[in-house]
Design a protein around this ligand. Structure first.
Ligand code: UD1
Length: 420
């Protein structure tokens, strides 16, 4: 079993380069299944979720090769909805994007009912309603989801909730459908725009991604033949921004898009931190004082992202005063607070609200990562704490952060991965 040993108490200072966005890449790889041709995707993060997705794509008949450190070339001329993928697709959540793509390309798709981070109930009713509206029949039973269609025909689809997954999945299924599909109340996260840009580069006709209405004009075929570069990871950038505030450090975050992080920037300024994002593709964050208390509600983009809620929770655990976080997206995203309390934090979480009584400082303790972003939060907490922290269950962290310990070490953290 692997664990991190972190000796804390040092402000993190220096530069960090952000990788390609995990949540964009895990949608763009399956989106390539729609292409009757070859394409190259660059700025792919080398993380375990991506390696797993490559295996899934291969099980559908795609030829996938790493052609650079962060570059993948895919030949998706011969793909089919194989049941060989059921076990693999069960292993993580974003595998459900192959449903939309294969339904569009082959009119038949099946995946195992997906797993993923345990953040509470994670229904996929909106994905299914979207596929059905386009003319598919969807059966969910015996641990798998099977979608079939004679043909897919464009229509208007209203999403009750601006779900990231449902927006992308409906977009994927609609790219090769006959006529025009309109998605009302779609999610607007940067990776929605990135998936649409990728598909348009490969020959699709999608307009309005990132706004309140997305229009997809069905095309006959995606020919590919192009190279596309994945957008920088907004959540990884936000993680390092909050690490700078938590450790009273000074970090310049390179290769990021400041507009994607405005909600985080606003909260950091409110806490007394400093931001310089004038250069356009980097953000410098520094903080010389104890952060002040905050009230936060997580919301769909452009609101404060739920995927940065545990990381800002670490900052609030040592803020001056009592802070409140309302988690409006996931019903079970405060499991990390139990671990922070082992490090001396005073957090009371009930339902979708947590109250943070700010303490002067945290101390090291053995802690367990409960999900991907909770893992990133625990690394920040360990860097900020007095003494030594041992962090267990690293597989959650490796799913979504590339070389995380190297990046923290380059900023001055004393972090080591050891095998027990
Ligand atoms: C994606 C992100 C995840 C992030 C989340 C919210 C990926 C791979 N994962 O997850 O990191 O935390 O967005 O920003 O991109 N819902 C329904 N029915 C559905 C679908 C969703 O009720 O059919 C609800 C969910 O229970 C949740 C909310 O909608 O309360 C948002 O979920 P959604 O945006 O779909 O999240 P994911 O795409 O799973």
């Amino acid at each position: 079993m692997e664990k991190f040993i972190v000796k804390g108490g040092t402000p993190l200072k220096g530069e960090v380069k952000i990788s390609g966005a995990k949540n964009a890449a895990v949608a763009i790889l399956p989106a390539a299944l729609l292409i009757d041709g070859v394409c190259t995707i660059d700025n792919i993060p080398n993380i375990s979720d991506i390696r797993l997705y490559i295996d899934i794509l291969r099980s559908f008949g795609a030829k996938v090769e790493w052609t650079g450190q962060h570059e993948i070339t895919l030949d998706t001329r011969n793909v089919c909805a194989s049941d060989k993928s059921l076990e693999l697709t069960r292993k993580f959540r974003a595998s459900y994007y192959s449903l939309g793509s294969l339904l569009g390309r082959c009119k038949m798709a099946q995946v195992g009912i997906p797993g993923g981070c345990n953040l509470g109930a994670r229904p996929i009713d909106l994905h299914i309603k979207g596929f059905e509206a386009l003319g598919a029949t969807v059966d969910v039973s015996h641990g798998k989801i099977v979608a079939t269609a004679d043909k897919l025909v464009g229509t208007s689809i209203y999403l009750d909730i601006p779900s990231v997954g449902a927006t992308i999945n409906v977009m994927l299924a609609a790219v090769l459908a006959k006529g025009t599909t309109i998605i009302d109340n779609p999610a607007k996260e940067p990776h929605i725009v990135d998936v649409a840009n990728f598909l348009n580069t490969m020959g699709a006709d999608i307009r309005g991604a990132g706004t309140d209405v997305i229009k997809i004009h069905g095309v006959k075929k995606l020919s590919g033949g192009k190279t596309y570069s994945v957008v920088p990871d907004q959540i990884e950038a936000g993680t390092f921004m909050l690490a700078a505030v938590a450790t009273k450090g000074d970090i310049t975050i390179k290769n990021c898009i400041p507009e994607h992080l405005e909600s985080v920037t606003a909260k950091i300024i409110e806490m007394g931190g400093n931001i310089d994002d004038s250069k356009g593709d980097e953000i410098r964050v520094w903080c010389n004082q104890r952060p002040s208390k905050l009230t936060i509600k997580t919301l769909p983009y452009p609101g404060f992202p739920t995927d940065l809620q545990p990381q800002i929770g670490v900052v609030l655990s040592v803020a001056d005063g009592t802070s409140i976080i309302n988690e409006s997206i996931w019903e079970s995203r405060f499991q990390y607070t139990v671990e922070l309390n082992k490090m001396g934090a005073q957090i009371t979480a009930q339902g979708q609200t947590a109250i943070f009584e700010g303490v002067e400082s945290l101390y090291g303790a053995p802690v367990y990562t409960t999900d991907l972003r909770a893992g990133a939060a625990l690394i920040i907490a360990a860097c900020m704490a007095q003494g030594t922290t041992e962090i267990y269950n690293l597989s959650h962290i490796d799913r979504g952060y590339e070389n995380i310990e190297d990046k923290f070490r380059a900023l001055g953290a004393n972090i080591e991965r050891v095998t027990e």
